[in-house]
Design a protein around this ligand. Structure first.
Ligand SMILES: [Fe+2]
Length: 339
Protein backbone atom coordinates (compact mmCIF):
# COMPACT_ATOMS: atom_id res chain seq x y z
CA UNK A 1 0.00 0.00 0.00
CA UNK A 2 2.81 2.39 0.93
CA UNK A 3 4.65 1.42 -2.26
CA UNK A 4 1.53 2.20 -4.31
CA UNK A 5 1.11 5.58 -2.62
CA UNK A 6 4.78 6.34 -3.21
CA UNK A 7 4.51 5.33 -6.86
CA UNK A 8 1.54 7.65 -7.37
CA UNK A 9 3.36 10.44 -5.53
CA UNK A 10 6.41 9.91 -7.72
CA UNK A 11 4.31 10.42 -10.87
CA UNK A 12 2.62 13.48 -9.41
CA UNK A 13 5.99 14.74 -8.26
CA UNK A 14 7.53 14.44 -11.74
CA UNK A 15 4.79 16.66 -13.18
CA UNK A 16 4.96 19.14 -10.31
CA UNK A 17 8.70 19.42 -10.60
CA UNK A 18 8.56 20.65 -14.16
CA UNK A 19 6.26 23.45 -12.97
CA UNK A 20 8.09 24.14 -9.74
CA UNK A 21 11.53 24.24 -11.35
CA UNK A 22 10.25 27.06 -13.53
CA UNK A 23 8.75 29.03 -10.68
CA UNK A 24 11.04 28.07 -7.80
CA UNK A 25 11.96 31.68 -7.17
CA UNK A 26 8.32 32.35 -6.38
CA UNK A 27 8.59 29.84 -3.53
CA UNK A 28 11.43 31.81 -1.99
CA UNK A 29 13.97 29.08 -2.62
CA UNK A 30 17.47 30.38 -3.25
CA UNK A 31 19.67 28.55 -5.72
CA UNK A 32 23.08 29.81 -4.61
CA UNK A 33 25.70 28.26 -2.35
CA UNK A 34 25.63 28.07 1.43
CA UNK A 35 22.85 30.10 3.10
CA UNK A 36 24.29 33.34 4.42
CA UNK A 37 23.59 32.59 8.06
CA UNK A 38 25.53 29.30 7.82
CA UNK A 39 28.50 30.52 5.83
CA UNK A 40 31.88 30.93 7.45
CA UNK A 41 34.08 30.21 4.48
CA UNK A 42 37.34 30.65 6.39
CA UNK A 43 36.99 27.37 8.25
CA UNK A 44 35.02 25.31 5.73
CA UNK A 45 37.15 22.22 5.06
CA UNK A 46 35.03 19.83 2.99
CA UNK A 47 31.55 19.63 1.46
CA UNK A 48 29.58 16.45 0.82
CA UNK A 49 26.26 16.00 -1.00
CA UNK A 50 24.19 13.04 0.22
CA UNK A 51 21.15 11.49 -1.39
CA UNK A 52 19.45 8.19 -0.78
CA UNK A 53 16.76 5.91 -2.14
CA UNK A 54 16.77 7.06 -5.74
CA UNK A 55 14.94 3.84 -6.74
CA UNK A 56 15.78 4.27 -10.42
CA UNK A 57 13.73 2.06 -12.70
CA UNK A 58 12.45 4.21 -15.56
CA UNK A 59 13.12 7.30 -17.65
CA UNK A 60 10.95 9.59 -15.49
CA UNK A 61 12.92 8.67 -12.37
CA UNK A 62 16.19 9.07 -14.26
CA UNK A 63 15.15 12.57 -15.40
CA UNK A 64 14.62 13.55 -11.76
CA UNK A 65 18.04 12.19 -10.84
CA UNK A 66 19.60 14.03 -13.80
CA UNK A 67 18.13 17.30 -12.51
CA UNK A 68 19.40 16.67 -8.98
CA UNK A 69 22.88 15.81 -10.16
CA UNK A 70 22.98 18.99 -12.22
CA UNK A 71 22.52 20.97 -8.98
CA UNK A 72 25.03 18.84 -7.04
CA UNK A 73 27.65 19.36 -9.76
CA UNK A 74 27.15 23.12 -10.07
CA UNK A 75 30.01 25.44 -9.15
CA UNK A 76 27.91 27.34 -6.61
CA UNK A 77 27.69 24.32 -4.29
CA UNK A 78 31.38 23.41 -4.67
CA UNK A 79 30.76 19.80 -3.61
CA UNK A 80 33.83 17.64 -2.93
CA UNK A 81 32.13 14.23 -2.70
CA UNK A 82 28.73 12.68 -3.41
CA UNK A 83 27.25 9.79 -1.42
CA UNK A 84 24.43 7.58 -2.74
CA UNK A 85 23.09 5.75 0.32
CA UNK A 86 21.50 2.71 -1.32
CA UNK A 87 18.29 1.68 -3.03
CA UNK A 88 20.01 3.27 -5.98
CA UNK A 89 17.81 1.05 -8.15
CA UNK A 90 14.28 -0.17 -7.60
CA UNK A 91 15.31 -3.68 -8.60
CA UNK A 92 19.02 -4.29 -8.98
CA UNK A 93 18.84 -5.72 -12.48
CA UNK A 94 21.10 -4.70 -15.34
CA UNK A 95 18.49 -2.41 -16.90
CA UNK A 96 18.00 -0.43 -13.67
CA UNK A 97 21.75 -0.16 -13.07
CA UNK A 98 22.36 0.94 -16.66
CA UNK A 99 19.81 3.74 -16.21
CA UNK A 100 21.28 4.82 -12.86
CA UNK A 101 24.86 4.66 -14.13
CA UNK A 102 24.07 6.63 -17.28
CA UNK A 103 22.61 9.44 -15.17
CA UNK A 104 25.53 9.53 -12.76
CA UNK A 105 28.26 9.36 -15.38
CA UNK A 106 26.56 11.98 -17.57
CA UNK A 107 25.46 14.52 -14.99
CA UNK A 108 27.57 14.07 -11.85
CA UNK A 109 30.87 15.82 -12.50
CA UNK A 110 32.02 15.54 -8.87
CA UNK A 111 34.93 13.09 -9.00
CA UNK A 112 34.61 11.50 -5.55
CA UNK A 113 31.53 9.30 -5.39
CA UNK A 114 30.40 6.45 -3.14
CA UNK A 115 27.56 4.13 -4.14
CA UNK A 116 26.32 1.80 -1.42
CA UNK A 117 24.04 -1.24 -1.45
CA UNK A 118 20.39 -0.92 -0.37
CA UNK A 119 17.87 -3.69 0.11
CA UNK A 120 16.29 -2.96 -3.28
CA UNK A 121 19.75 -3.44 -4.81
CA UNK A 122 19.95 -6.95 -3.32
CA UNK A 123 17.32 -8.39 -5.63
CA UNK A 124 16.75 -8.21 -9.38
CA UNK A 125 12.94 -8.27 -9.46
CA UNK A 126 10.05 -8.32 -7.03
CA UNK A 127 9.68 -12.06 -7.66
CA UNK A 128 10.86 -14.32 -4.89
CA UNK A 129 13.06 -16.09 -4.02
CA UNK A 130 15.64 -13.37 -4.63
CA UNK A 131 19.14 -14.17 -5.87
CA UNK A 132 21.56 -12.14 -3.71
CA UNK A 133 24.64 -13.26 -5.62
CA UNK A 134 23.24 -12.13 -8.96
CA UNK A 135 22.18 -8.75 -7.53
CA UNK A 136 25.54 -8.31 -5.78
CA UNK A 137 27.39 -9.00 -9.03
CA UNK A 138 25.34 -6.26 -10.74
CA UNK A 139 25.97 -3.84 -7.87
CA UNK A 140 29.73 -4.50 -7.94
CA UNK A 141 29.92 -4.13 -11.72
CA UNK A 142 28.16 -0.77 -11.83
CA UNK A 143 29.27 0.73 -8.51
CA UNK A 144 32.90 -0.07 -9.32
CA UNK A 145 32.47 1.55 -12.75
CA UNK A 146 31.06 4.71 -11.14
CA UNK A 147 33.62 4.86 -8.32
CA UNK A 148 36.61 3.75 -10.37
CA UNK A 149 37.32 0.93 -7.91
CA UNK A 150 37.69 -2.84 -8.00
CA UNK A 151 35.82 -3.89 -4.85
CA UNK A 152 34.89 -7.54 -4.57
CA UNK A 153 32.61 -7.15 -1.53
CA UNK A 154 29.76 -4.75 -0.71
CA UNK A 155 31.61 -3.44 2.36
CA UNK A 156 34.71 -1.36 1.82
CA UNK A 157 36.51 1.79 2.90
CA UNK A 158 37.16 5.02 0.96
CA UNK A 159 39.30 7.97 1.95
CA UNK A 160 38.89 11.37 0.39
CA UNK A 161 41.12 14.28 1.46
CA UNK A 162 41.89 12.55 4.76
CA UNK A 163 38.23 11.83 5.59
CA UNK A 164 37.34 8.16 6.12
CA UNK A 165 34.14 6.62 4.78
CA UNK A 166 33.45 3.09 6.04
CA UNK A 167 30.76 1.45 3.94
CA UNK A 168 28.71 -1.42 5.38
CA UNK A 169 26.12 -3.56 3.61
CA UNK A 170 23.54 -6.23 4.18
CA UNK A 171 24.57 -9.75 3.25
CA UNK A 172 21.04 -10.96 2.56
CA UNK A 173 18.03 -9.97 0.46
CA UNK A 174 15.75 -9.15 3.39
CA UNK A 175 14.34 -5.62 3.80
CA UNK A 176 16.12 -5.31 7.13
CA UNK A 177 19.90 -5.70 7.27
CA UNK A 178 21.80 -8.92 7.84
CA UNK A 179 25.41 -8.31 8.85
CA UNK A 180 27.90 -11.06 9.76
CA UNK A 181 30.31 -11.02 12.68
CA UNK A 182 33.06 -11.09 10.07
CA UNK A 183 31.83 -7.74 8.70
CA UNK A 184 31.43 -6.31 12.22
CA UNK A 185 35.03 -7.27 13.07
CA UNK A 186 36.18 -5.73 9.80
CA UNK A 187 34.28 -2.52 10.64
CA UNK A 188 35.97 -2.39 14.06
CA UNK A 189 39.39 -2.66 12.41
CA UNK A 190 38.54 0.04 9.87
CA UNK A 191 37.22 2.38 12.56
CA UNK A 192 40.37 1.86 14.64
CA UNK A 193 42.55 2.68 11.64
CA UNK A 194 40.49 5.75 10.77
CA UNK A 195 40.49 7.00 14.36
CA UNK A 196 44.26 6.59 14.63
CA UNK A 197 44.94 8.91 11.74
CA UNK A 198 42.07 11.38 11.91
CA UNK A 199 41.81 12.70 15.46
CA UNK A 200 39.33 15.53 15.63
CA UNK A 201 37.90 14.71 12.20
CA UNK A 202 34.55 13.08 11.52
CA UNK A 203 34.55 9.38 10.57
CA UNK A 204 31.60 8.47 8.36
CA UNK A 205 29.96 5.05 8.52
CA UNK A 206 27.58 4.53 5.61
CA UNK A 207 24.84 1.89 5.79
CA UNK A 208 21.48 1.81 4.03
CA UNK A 209 19.51 0.69 7.06
CA UNK A 210 19.47 2.68 10.32
CA UNK A 211 20.37 1.07 13.64
CA UNK A 212 17.48 -0.39 15.58
CA UNK A 213 15.94 2.04 18.07
CA UNK A 214 16.98 5.05 16.00
CA UNK A 215 14.97 7.12 13.51
CA UNK A 216 11.61 5.54 14.37
CA UNK A 217 12.93 2.01 13.94
CA UNK A 218 12.03 -0.37 16.72
CA UNK A 219 13.49 -3.84 17.00
CA UNK A 220 13.67 -6.43 14.25
CA UNK A 221 9.92 -6.96 14.32
CA UNK A 222 9.58 -3.67 12.46
CA UNK A 223 11.43 -5.20 9.53
CA UNK A 224 13.21 -1.94 8.91
CA UNK A 225 16.56 -1.65 10.65
CA UNK A 226 18.69 -4.71 11.39
CA UNK A 227 17.10 -8.18 11.24
CA UNK A 228 18.94 -9.19 14.36
CA UNK A 229 18.63 -6.78 17.26
CA UNK A 230 21.87 -8.08 18.76
CA UNK A 231 23.79 -7.24 15.59
CA UNK A 232 22.52 -3.67 15.70
CA UNK A 233 23.61 -3.40 19.34
CA UNK A 234 27.03 -4.88 18.55
CA UNK A 235 27.62 -2.40 15.72
CA UNK A 236 26.56 0.48 17.95
CA UNK A 237 28.96 -0.68 20.68
CA UNK A 238 31.81 -0.95 18.17
CA UNK A 239 31.21 2.57 16.83
CA UNK A 240 30.90 3.93 20.36
CA UNK A 241 34.57 3.09 21.02
CA UNK A 242 35.63 5.89 18.67
CA UNK A 243 35.03 9.64 18.67
CA UNK A 244 33.24 11.72 16.05
CA UNK A 245 31.45 8.83 14.33
CA UNK A 246 28.68 9.87 11.94
CA UNK A 247 26.39 7.01 10.87
CA UNK A 248 24.56 7.96 7.67
CA UNK A 249 21.56 5.91 6.51
CA UNK A 250 18.45 6.08 4.33
CA UNK A 251 15.78 3.39 3.93
CA UNK A 252 13.04 5.05 5.98
CA UNK A 253 11.80 7.50 3.31
CA UNK A 254 10.90 10.04 5.99
CA UNK A 255 11.06 13.80 5.64
CA UNK A 256 13.77 16.02 7.07
CA UNK A 257 12.65 16.67 10.62
CA UNK A 258 14.42 18.64 13.34
CA UNK A 259 12.03 17.53 16.04
CA UNK A 260 9.98 20.70 15.96
CA UNK A 261 7.38 19.13 13.66
CA UNK A 262 4.20 17.86 15.21
CA UNK A 263 4.77 14.71 13.19
CA UNK A 264 5.68 11.85 15.46
CA UNK A 265 6.13 8.25 14.32
CA UNK A 266 5.62 5.48 16.88
CA UNK A 267 9.10 5.87 18.36
CA UNK A 268 9.54 9.51 17.33
CA UNK A 269 11.58 10.64 14.35
CA UNK A 270 14.28 13.24 13.87
CA UNK A 271 16.79 13.37 11.02
CA UNK A 272 19.86 13.92 13.21
CA UNK A 273 19.98 11.90 16.42
CA UNK A 274 22.65 11.78 19.09
CA UNK A 275 22.84 8.05 19.73
CA UNK A 276 25.65 8.50 22.23
CA UNK A 277 28.39 10.96 23.07
CA UNK A 278 30.44 9.56 20.19
CA UNK A 279 27.82 8.58 17.61
CA UNK A 280 25.64 10.94 15.60
CA UNK A 281 23.09 9.16 13.44
CA UNK A 282 21.71 10.90 10.35
CA UNK A 283 18.82 9.53 8.31
CA UNK A 284 18.24 10.72 4.75
CA UNK A 285 14.87 11.10 3.07
CA UNK A 286 14.18 9.34 -0.21
CA UNK A 287 15.37 11.45 -3.15
CA UNK A 288 12.80 10.06 -5.56
CA UNK A 289 9.63 10.06 -3.45
CA UNK A 290 7.98 13.13 -1.95
CA UNK A 291 8.06 12.75 1.81
CA UNK A 292 4.92 14.70 2.69
CA UNK A 293 3.12 11.64 4.00
CA UNK A 294 5.92 11.43 6.58
CA UNK A 295 5.87 15.06 7.59
CA UNK A 296 8.46 16.37 5.15
CA UNK A 297 8.76 18.14 1.80
CA UNK A 298 5.85 17.73 -0.67
CA UNK A 299 8.37 17.62 -3.52
CA UNK A 300 10.83 14.89 -4.43
CA UNK A 301 14.54 15.70 -4.64
CA UNK A 302 15.46 16.09 -0.96
CA UNK A 303 18.91 15.40 0.42
CA UNK A 304 21.59 16.93 2.58
CA UNK A 305 24.67 19.03 2.11
CA UNK A 306 27.22 18.24 4.81
CA UNK A 307 29.75 20.96 5.51
CA UNK A 308 32.76 19.94 7.57
CA UNK A 309 34.42 22.77 9.46
CA UNK A 310 37.49 22.61 11.68
CA UNK A 311 35.33 22.38 14.79
CA UNK A 312 31.91 21.11 13.67
CA UNK A 313 29.82 19.25 11.11
CA UNK A 314 26.84 21.03 9.65
CA UNK A 315 23.85 19.46 7.91
CA UNK A 316 21.78 21.58 5.52
CA UNK A 317 18.55 20.35 3.91
CA UNK A 318 18.41 20.90 0.18
CA UNK A 319 16.03 20.04 -2.61
CA UNK A 320 18.46 19.15 -5.38
CA UNK A 321 15.79 19.18 -8.10
CA UNK A 322 14.29 22.55 -7.25
CA UNK A 323 17.82 23.74 -6.43
CA UNK A 324 16.76 25.36 -3.17
CA UNK A 325 17.58 25.19 0.53
CA UNK A 326 15.03 23.61 2.85
CA UNK A 327 14.09 24.71 6.33
CA UNK A 328 16.38 22.19 7.99
CA UNK A 329 19.78 22.68 9.59
CA UNK A 330 21.66 20.81 12.30
CA UNK A 331 25.16 21.35 13.66
CA UNK A 332 27.22 18.88 15.68
CA UNK A 333 30.47 19.98 17.37
CA UNK A 334 33.58 17.85 16.75
CA UNK A 335 35.42 16.51 19.80
CA UNK A 336 39.11 17.01 20.51
CA UNK A 337 39.74 19.26 17.55
CA UNK A 338 42.34 21.27 19.49
CA UNK A 339 44.61 18.22 20.14
FE1 LIG B 1 14.10 2.77 -0.30
Amino acid sequence: MVAQIESILQKIGAVLLAIVATFSSLLGLGSGGIPEEAATEDTLCYTIAVLSDTHIDNAAAAAMLDAGLHDISADYLDVDAVLFLGDCTDNGNVENWETFTNSVTKYCTVQNKIVILGNHDTWTSYDTPHDYDEALANYLTYSNAIMGTDHTAPYFTCEFSGYSFIVLASEDTSVSATVSDEQLNWADEQLAAAAAKSKGKPIFVLMHQPLNYTHAVGDNKDNNGFSDNETSKKLQAIMDKYENVYYLSGHQHYGLNDGSSAYNYPYGFTTVEHVSENITSVNLPSFIYPSMIYGGDPLAGDGLIINIYADRVEFLGRNFIVQGWLDFTATVPLKNTAD
